[in-house]
Design a protein around this ligand. Structure first.
Ligand SMILES: Cc1cc2nc3c(=O)[nH]c(=O)nc-3n(C[C@H](O)[C@H](O)[C@H](O)COP(=O)(O)O)c2cc1C
Length: 215
């Protein structure tokens, strides 16, 4: 195990902040970006369902086109990378089956051995009304966002999590409905600009004792 120290962890978490202005000339090196993509793959989710896809928007013209649909926030165009965290449409029995098949493949067990789990997951999804399932699955997408922000901070990569965009307009521009997905939240990733005024701002957090309480 190669655990970081508490000081290293807290150092990176205090270093990170939501970047308002990225250095448009600085790219994340390929091996670092590959690790960040893999951190998305490794994110945890309820029942392990992974009801998501992470669209990495690469075309500069497309990213520029997204700016007016992002409250004019230029991080979308100027950061090294832009990830659109998307939720799979209509998560249900077919997804429980996909997970069961993958489990059998990865763990080298017969598909029949995963049947009980598949049924349990399918029942859990079927027992809730569709809007409730959508909210539940949306929570999973946010877990991936948090995972990504922390992973990036550990690698010294800056990020900005972003809800300030119009999901339906993103979906149309990126063609997500045809792929069976809907945008939920964004993360821009790269390196802070030397003149990003937010960089020097002290972090605003409520005191530890107000946030963490022993019972
Ligand atoms: C889900 C989410 C959505 C956010 N949306 C935006 C956004 O659209 N634009 C922006 O500049 N910051 C956005 N932020 C950044 C928050 O304002 C910021 O994380 C918060 O003020 C705490 O500051 P810090 O992250 O710099 O420590 C968002 C943060 C989260 C977690």
């Amino acid at each position: 195990m190669n655990a970081v120290t508490p000081d290293q962890l807290l150092g990176q978490l205090r270093w990170r902040y939501a970047v308002k202005k990225f250095d448009a000339d600085q790219r994340i090196p390929a091996p670092t970006w590959a690790a960040l993509e893999e951190s998305l793959v490794l994110s945890s989710s309820s029942y392990g369902l992974q009801p998501w896809k992470f669209f990495v928007v690469e075309t500069p013209a497309t990213r520029e086109r997204l700016v007016p649909h992002s409250w004019g926030q230029r991080q979308v165009a100027e950061a090294s990378h832009l990830v659109v965290f998307a939720l799979k449409a209509d998560v249900g029995a077919a997804d429980a089956e996909r997970l069961a098949l993958r489990t059998a493949e990865v763990r080298g067990v017969p598909v029949a051995a995963t049947d009980g789990y598949r049924k349990m997951v399918a029942n859990a999804l079927a027992s809730k009304p569709r809007p409730e399932v959508d909210v539940w699955m949306t929570h999973q997408v946010y877990i991936a966002l948090g995972h990504f922000l922390t992973a990036a901070a550990m690698l010294g990569v800056d990020t900005c999590p972003m809800e300030g965009f119009v999901s339906a307009e993103y979906d149309e521009i990126l063609g997500l409905p045809a792929l069976g997905y809907r945008s939920v939240v964004l993360a821009a990733a790269g390196y802070r600009a030397a003149d990003d005024r937010s960089a020097g701002q002290p972090k605003v957090r409520f005191p530890h004792a107000e946030v963490v309480q022993p019972l």
